[in-house]
Design a protein around this ligand. Structure first.
Ligand SMILES: [Zn+2]
Length: 179
């Protein structure tokens, strides 16, 4: 485990984010412009923003979760994360591409690391954030472009991260059907 190198973040409740208002149908809500300290490993800080998943974005992310690991990590606490402005589009999310889904799960649920991943392209994610024991331990930036195996953090034998709490998965209509 690399908990000693993880930075501390405070979780938020995505079900309460942008329920109404201009971000209602957006995937993420911009919380603020990022400070260089928010992404100490990214050299290009001019367009960095701190974002949260919106209620609808978080629900959409759940609908794209098909594997056990995806559904499990979706239930982990959510944290703000740092991206280059407008680098995650609704069109990309709608493709349901597993590397996008997994990278967004990692970025929104994972632990930021102090040590720089030298393979993180930083096209999208400015931080080196990962969920130990999931997707080979790769950071979100490497997972986004399907480069998990070459991530600086890649570790296939790592124990699965145990989060401080879990949120329940949403009730699905199909589960409520009765005979
Ligand atoms: Zn990486």
């Amino acid at each position: 485990m690399s908990n000693s190198t993880a930075l501390v973040r405070r979780s938020y409740d995505p079900t309460a984010v942008a329920v109404i208002g201009p971000f209602q149908n957006k995937f993420v809500e911009v919380v603020r412009a990022a400070n260089p300290a928010d992404a100490p490993n990214d050299d290009n800080t001019s367009d960095l923003v701190v974002v949260r998943l919106t209620a609808k974005g978080n629900q959409a992310l759940f609908e794209l979760c098909h594997t056990h690991d995806q559904k499990e990590v979706w239930c982990f606490p959510s944290y703000e994360f740092v991206i280059h402005k407008d680098s995650i589009t609704a069109s990309q999310v709608k493709t349901g591409r597993p590397s996008y889904v997994n990278a967004i799960l990692i970025a929104s649920r994972g632990l930021p690391q102090r040590t720089r991943c030298t393979k993180n392209s930083r096209w999208v994610f400015a931080e080196d954030v990962r969920v130990p024991g999931y997707w080979g331990g790769a950071c979100a930036g490497c997972k986004w472009r399907d480069g998990a195996a070459s991530c600086s953090y890649a570790d296939k034998n790592e124990a699965k991260y145990i989060p401080p709490s879990m949120v329940p998965a949403p009730r699905l209509a199909i589960e409520e059907l009765e005979d």
